[in-house]
Design a protein around this ligand. Structure first.
Ligand SMILES: Nc1ncnc2c1ncn2[C@@H]1O[C@H](COP(=O)(O)OP(=O)(O)OP(=O)(O)O)[C@@H](O)[C@H]1O
Length: 492
């Protein structure tokens, strides 16, 4: 309908121009009038009218994109806890240097820049050609063009108004750009609320502890930023001795993960104190403290890098160590099944731009699209094994003496879970370990201490036997799980 409407409008305008007393019989004028659209149609290099596929295949550029994605919200806690910031930055710089002068601008910007302004200048001139034509005619025969000259004047004033408008728009755009620049530089004025200490861990002041880390929470209360009324932890005091295996249990939302986040210094207590090896935690330089910690949580993500780097990113580039960690995490079998093994990128970042490509699978560009690297799906449990391998990589390092494991086994099968826990326990060689779990069977009976949480408070603390005798919250949770097995046995 729109096409028909436009065609009718054009035809009637053409008839009007041809019948006009000033241009009767003058075919040049209507041709001049439509010269601009004709120029565009014949000579414009318009990508939208083509069938086109553009692919970013520069390895370094793709790596830079993947690394910069790691600075996003979703990975933040993990990157901070793993002390990965500097490493990612260094890797990014290497790729940036490899990239050299290669342009990284968006595809459309590059196409735009490829056009010289000459064509646009011709088109702009063509737009004003009818006006110039009328003016020349009016000068040549003033008596004939007295009314037309008024029209010309009116058109000139319209043109003047348009150009003035564009100047004002430019001023507004300029102001907007100045504001964006100001915002950019205001980053330097941001106050960092997290206070970093100035002694390294293990420092001279921290007690020599062998291989484990001693942690003590003294009357710790914590509310998440933004939730002013609800406290996630309420006046919690707990002492974990170097080398102890501690299991934290409790109902959903009782504050278990929060406690681990405070111990690993992802958050600071709102009040109360955290002592690490008898020294206030905030006195340590956080990077040195985190080098001594390894955390495995349920939220760990797969990085958009190769499997090898997913395991080794944090530490050394040593294939033997990476294979050992993959084995310990229970990931080696499924990695070996993948065509590219350790080099597989599970979630590759590929940038493509396609225009007007028919969905016909036989079309050559459609075949190209199909041959691009795709996301390789692995199961939730396999992902968790991969993340576990990453933690083993850190775990195997001499300097790590505190390991926090926050319910990483939700997607693991029973065998995978028991292997993971057994490996961690067997190889802990004196490291302090804190496990958060809902499944009691494997861990609580090995634990030196069980901490039972309820509504943000520490309600019970002791060994499995002690807490069962107490017949309180822990016994209630334990009996629910034990009862489930009893019912199953009975029904069989
Ligand atoms: N990022 C957050 N912002 C605000 N509130 C939060 C945040 N994370 C947790 N909370 C709240 O803090 C309380 C304790 O949460 P936490 O995750 O520590 O519980 P949990 O015992 O680990 O639970 P689950 O067993 O479900 O993992 C909950 O009430 C929860 O809603």
């Amino acid at each position: 309908m729109s096409f028909v409407g436009e065609s009718l409008t054009s035809a009637s305008q053409l008839v009007f121009v041809l019948q006009s007393p000033h241009s009767a019989g003058d075919f040049l004028f209507p041709i001049i009038s439509i010269s601009q659209p004709l120029l565009y149609t014949c000579f414009d290099e318009n990508v939208w009218s083509k069938v086109l596929l553009a692919i970013v295949n520069n390895r370094d550029h793709r790596r830079m994109e993947a690394l910069s994605e790691l600075t996003g919200e979703g990975y933040r806690e993990e990157i901070i806890a793993g002390n990965l910031g500097d490493h990612i930055l260094a890797e990014y710089k290497v790729s940036q240097e490899n990239l050299g002068d290669t342009c990284t601008d968006d595809f459309w910007d590059q196409v735009q820049r490829g056009n010289t302004p000459i064509f646009d200048i011709f088109c702009a001139l063509a737009r004003d050609l009818p006006l110039a034509y009328c003016a020349i005619k009016a000068i040549k025969s003033p008596s004939k063009y007295s009314i037309a000259s008024v029209a010309v004047l009116q058109q000139s004033s319209t043109a003047l108004r348009n150009s003035f408008n564009s100047i004002l728009n430019n001023v507004a755009t300029f102001q907007r750009h100045v504001n964006i620049l100001k915002e950019l530089y205001s980053v330097f004025d941001r106050k960092i609320e997290f206070c970093d200490g100035d002694i390294s861990y293990p420092g001279e002041e921290s007690r020599p502890t062998g291989r484990g880390m001693g942690l003590e929470l003294q009357n710790v209360t914590f509310s998440y930023p933004g939730s002013k009324t609800k406290t996630a932890l309420n006046n919690v005091s707990l002492s974990i001795k170097p080398g102890q295996l501690v299991v934290i249990v409790g109902a959903n939302g009782s504050g278990k993960s929060t406690m681990v986040k405070l111990m690993t210094r992802l958050y600071e207590p709102s009040s109360g104190t955290l002592l690490i090896d008898n020294v206030a935690a905030e006195r340590y330089r956080s990077s040195s403290l985190r080098r001594a910690m390894a955390t495995l949580t349920q939220d760990h993500k797969i990085y958009p890098l190769s499997i090898y780097e997913n395991i080794s990113l944090i530490t050394a580039d040593d294939p033997a160590l990476v294979t050992k960690a993959a084995k310990q995490g229970g990931a080696l079998k499924f990695i070996e099944r993948l065509t590219d093994g350790m080099d597989t990128i599970l979630e590759p970042r590929s940038r493509t731009f396609n225009v007007n490509i028919p969905s016909d699978p036989a079309h050559p560009l459609q075949k190209q699209i199909d041959s691009l690297p795709k996301k390789i799906d692995i199961s939730g449990g396999e992902k968790q094994r991969l993340v576990a391998a990453r933690i083993f990589m850190r775990f195997n390092m001499e300097e790590v003496n505190f390991v926090a494991v926050d319910e990483p086994s939700s997607a693991l099968d029973a065998e995978g879970e028991s292997q993971l826990f057994n490996q961690l326990i067997a190889e802990r060689s004196g490291k302090t370990m804190v496990f958060v779990t809902h499944r009691f069977g494997h861990l609580t009976q090995h634990a030196d201490m069980i901490v039972c949480m309820k509504d943000g408070a520490l309600v019970e603390c002791g060994s499995h036997k002690d807490l069962l005798k107490l017949d309180g919250e822990y016994a209630k949770l334990y009996n629910i799980q034990a009862g489930a097995f009893a019912v199953n046995e009975f029904s069989e």
